[in-house]
Design a protein around this ligand. Sequence first.
Ligand code: GTR
Length: 440
Amino acid sequence: MKLHMKPFRVLSMSVALIFAFPASAIAEPPGFNYDESKVHEYTLPDALVMADGRQVTSPQMWVAERRPEILKLFETEMYGRSPGPPKDMAFEVTSEDKTALDGMATRREVSVYFTDKRKDGPRMDILIYLPNDVQAPVPLFIGLNFEGNHTVHADPGITISRYALRDGKNPAAAEKSRGRHAMWWAINMILARGYALATIHCADLDPDFDDGFKNGVQPLFYEPGQTAPRADQWGTIGAWAWGLSRSLDYFATDHDIDAQHVAVMGHSRLGKTALWAGARDQRFALVISNNSGRGGAALSRRDFGEPVKRIIKAFPHWFCDNFNKYGDHPEALPVDQHMLIALVAPRPVYVACAEEDLWSDPRGEFLAAWHASDVYRLLGAEGLPSGTMPAVDQPVMNTIGFHIRRGKHDVTDYDWQRYLDFADKHFRPKSNVRPRTPQG
Ligand code: GTR
């Protein structure tokens, strides 16, 4: 199953044509460069040189001056500025089952209401699995999902996503999609390793199509008379990342969750989102980019695989309008994606790519992680050891983690095993993994 062919309800002509092809035909769309020898030379902006030319010489200077400067550039030129939490936000636990997955887990569903209309207003629904044999509070992985919480596991107790039921859709058909994406989530493995898993349907925050920002969370924050985000305000990736931050607001109130040890993970467009969420919100303790490609971990300046121009054309809603300036001129961007990864420093970040996922430009993802290493080193953390890409299936696990695995654009058990190893290394949950007391 390829995410490239995910069906959308409203599509521009060009995107509709792309999605009409079978997955194998569109994995690497024709007419783009997949030849490393044809990549043009480029010069990256230096993460450790201020816009006014001063060299960043200390961790203090990074934290006080350069980090905010870079963050602001990503906000105004690429993903758009996002607001803080809505003033009337409220949480409600809507279901709980302590005997889920044959007693292995507690399943909890939580609604986060964004307005005082509560249930009748916009909201996001978090699905959480907590391992039952582990002493609370437990570290947790959070990731957005593509097609509804009920698609991440065949568990009949998960509430079907409201998007799968609206517009007169057939509940029996929605029921059939239960567990459809279970192979991307390794939930039993995550629980067995002593971690909790939480997920939210990305459409709760902003459905993934270009509707002029009518049905996502953006309108909640419009000023009087405003009908669309301004050129430097959030697009869809910004709204998705904002929702991930709202989940952290909730986790801080849930005594079963160790909110100091939350890892944010995402695949493909949701991997771009995980990086942006982790860059903006330093409460995320660990960040994982799975095959995030252009607009995620891959350097924008490399003309290999998906070009910046193409991503803007196919997905005009993902970024802020200011980003459109760079479609023909990625070299004019004041930032590149090594600086996005550097915004996570010195927190652990893992960049994972796949050998056959040329559209995502695996080498461009590696090089971004490598160039981010300068900032990690300045902050006293270990980046990647060398500028030579590791061989296939040879993961590197420093404060920056990296692997290129065999295979295609996908999330596999191999990927999850590495993320769990990486989290073990940085979160040291072993000291945490103790049987629950009889009172639980
Ligand atoms: C593709 C897009 C990629 C990637 C992918 C996905 O069509 O060009 O940047 O985000 O979709 O999210 O599945």
